[in-house]
Design a protein around this ligand. Structure first.
Ligand SMILES: *[C@@H]1O[C@H](CO)[C@@H](O)[C@H](O)[C@H]1NC(C)=O
Ligand SMILES: *[C@@H]1O[C@H](CO)[C@@H](O)[C@H](O)[C@H]1NC(C)=O
Ligand SMILES: *[C@@H]1O[C@H](CO)[C@@H](O)[C@H](O)[C@H]1NC(C)=O
Length: 296
């Protein structure tokens, strides 16, 4: 339904542009792929996102599904630029190479495509991913809507991803975790588990010049002093942000150790304001440029 409205809006804008009334982005220098190819390129990505395919992608360091200068944005976290960083975030994070008894990051096991529209080099797709949380004996549906552009080689050049209802999902996760907590506070239990997971990775990988905490007790004292975090704060100075980044530390400790440290390394840092962040342009390539939705 919404996709139809969106399509009509674009059509109306194109008609207005033809009449000289509004600037509509011209898709020069982009490849026009047939829709079935766009669909295949899209499902190739989601296939690779599933465990254990995602671990193979992560091992490749620079996923061939991504352009060298890929720009990505995820509403609940941050923006990510470049092939190597995006390989780590899109594939390494959910491979969970560090392993853990309890995780707030699920293991993607299968998916279904709910909505798809493709045109030129642009796709809008909604998938429902089945995320496995073994410690909770729970397989949770997680719905993700993404605008994607592909370069001429069919690699992802930009993506803008939104996790739908994830705050509701997280509240449900906490309800499930209540079984592990018995009569104690589930938030306290989750906080303690996450602190242990972060501190164990910090002490194992962030050593020498990369050291973030003087000791395990320094680590747990600091982490106990910051907030667990709301779902939209996965890119802020929170415990949950550091849990996300913890999974990436083994890939490149020199890049990721600071993110689980006290400063947050510019990723788990309270350096953003809602109104500034939301209106700030990010994408620079045709089809996803911000201006494309601003009509006179
Ligand atoms: C991955 O890409 C980066 C940036 O282009 C490059 O510096 C690095 O050497 C590449 N790594 C591998 C293993 O290909
Ligand atoms: C939890 O609380 C209930 C009701 O107060 C009590 O009957 C039960 O024994 C408690 N369970 C544990 C494991 O403490
Ligand atoms: C967006 O629009 C502004 C003002 O109209 C212009 O200065 C800027 O160059 C445009 N950006 C892009 C990426 O087209």
């Amino acid at each position: 339904m919404f996709l139809v409205i969106w399509f009509l809006a674009i059509t109306a804008a194109a008609a207005a542009a033809a009449a000289g009334a509004a600037a509509f982005p011209q898709h020069h220098h982009t490849t026009k792929f047939p829709v079935h190819e766009l669909y295949k390129m899209t499902t190739d990505f989601w296939d690779a996102f599933m465990y254990p395919n995602n671990c193979l992608q992560a091992k490749s360091i620079n996923s061939t599904l991504l352009a060298e200068d890929v720009q990505g944005r995820i509403d609940i976290t941050r923006t990510f630029v470049g092939q190597e960083l995006n390989t780590e975030y899109l594939f390494g994070l959910f491979c969970n190479a560090v392993g853990s008894e309890f995780s707030i990051v699920g293991i993607p096991t299968s998916y279904t495509v709910e909505e798809f529209v493709g045109s030129g080099n642009l796709v809008s797709v909604t998938v429902t991913v089945s995320m496995n949380y073994p410690a909770l004996a729970w397989i949770s549906p997680v719905q993700i809507t993404t605008f994607i552009t592909f370069d001429q080689r069919g690699r992802i050049s930009q993506y803008d991803a939104v996790f739908k209802w994830l705050d509701w999902q997280f509240a449900t996760l906490l309800q499930k975790a209540q079984a592990l907590a018995g009569n104690s506070s589930v938030v306290e239990l989750v906080e303690n588990l996450l602190i242990q997971e972060i501190c164990s990775v910090a002490s194992q990988y962030c050593i020498g010049d990369l050291q973030q905490y003087s000791s395990t007790s320094d680590c747990s004292t600091f982490l106990s002093s910051i907030r667990l975090g709301e779902v939209w704060e996965l890119g802020m100075n929170t415990l949950t942000c550091r849990v996300v980044h913890r999974n990436m530390v083994p890939y490149r400790p020199d890049v990721h150790c600071a993110h689980i440290g006290k400063s947050g390394g510019g990723y788990c840092t309270d350096d953003r304001l809602y109104d500034k962040y939301v209106s700030q342009p990010f994408f620079t390539m045709s089809s996803l440029i911000r201006n494309s939705s601003h009509h006179g």
